[in-house]
Design a protein around this ligand. Sequence first.
Ligand SMILES: [Zn+2]
Ligand SMILES: [Zn+2]
Length: 351
Amino acid sequence: MIKTQAYAAYRADEPLKPFHFDYPAIKPNEVAIDILYCGICHSDVHSSRNEWGGANYPMVPGHEVLGRVREVGGDVKKFHVGDIVGVGCLVGSCQQCSECADGLEQYCDNQIFTYNSHSERFNRVTYGGYATHIVVDEHFVLSIPEGMDLAKTAPLLCAGITVYSPLRHWNVGPQHRIGIVGLGGLGHVAVKIARAMGAHVVVFTTSESKAKEAMLLGAHEVVFSKDRVSMEGHQNSLNFILNTVAAPHDIDPYLLLLKRDGVIVFVGLPSENHPSPYIGNLIFKRRMMAGSLIGGIKETQEMLNFCAEHDITADVEIISMDYVNQAYDRVVSNEVKYRFVIDMSTLKSAQ
Ligand SMILES: [Zn+2]
Ligand SMILES: [Zn+2]
């Protein structure tokens, strides 16, 4: 049994508070992890506050989990006590369907998310990374390449893979001019990864103060999306757009930026939908709209290795556990550059 301290949401309209629970003795295929850092994803805020529906309380959020292996089950092959490892958004899937066979566990109809998902194993919902420990099936544990800054690597486990997967799926490379819409937790990592893939990167932001920062992160150009003249100047110029903005907004100005056969991919799920775009903007240039959800385990490992090779991590503000409620408010008002990461060693003192 592993006694675990955590922070949990007890209701949609209350701040997170301390919470305690136990993990049972691990099974032969499982890895027990001492959590060192956990990123705060915008999804954690949506989920804690039940903005997408389906919340189960108490809810222990957190799916950007970085830690050290504390114990391994007898059948575990890939990991040893002391290894630095990560856990992202998924901790289980059926392992039998075609999605799982293709290494796309995120699209399995029976996937188990890291928190707020029903777990037969634990006979409760899953509890995430705002905790001192987590116990996970070996298959869903990632190796963290040596030499990476651990706090800055944590956000790659959701933000990183969420942007890497569509960039890879649509084979973004040096032959492409691409747009990144929104420069937050997802967007800032997307700029770094797309740049490392060799693409010409144009950032679209509503915040003038972010223009200089976008260039420092590796963008070739920045466009204020509220500036109509500048937006029109970029029409029919991009092969691919990654839209990271989850707040409802008008899609048409972005569709018009795409060349013939260009694709715009959405990775942010708004709590209220975007207004429907004008279908003519798709038809007349054979443009495409698509969505993408995080990434599979194999691809997440590939992303971590790619980021290690290209020296890519997230820009983070490290906080103590008892700051989480203020951090949530700052995530909502977009006042973080660019990801909060909780130092889990502060959890005990926060109780
Ligand atoms: Zn996330
Ligand atoms: Zn499956």
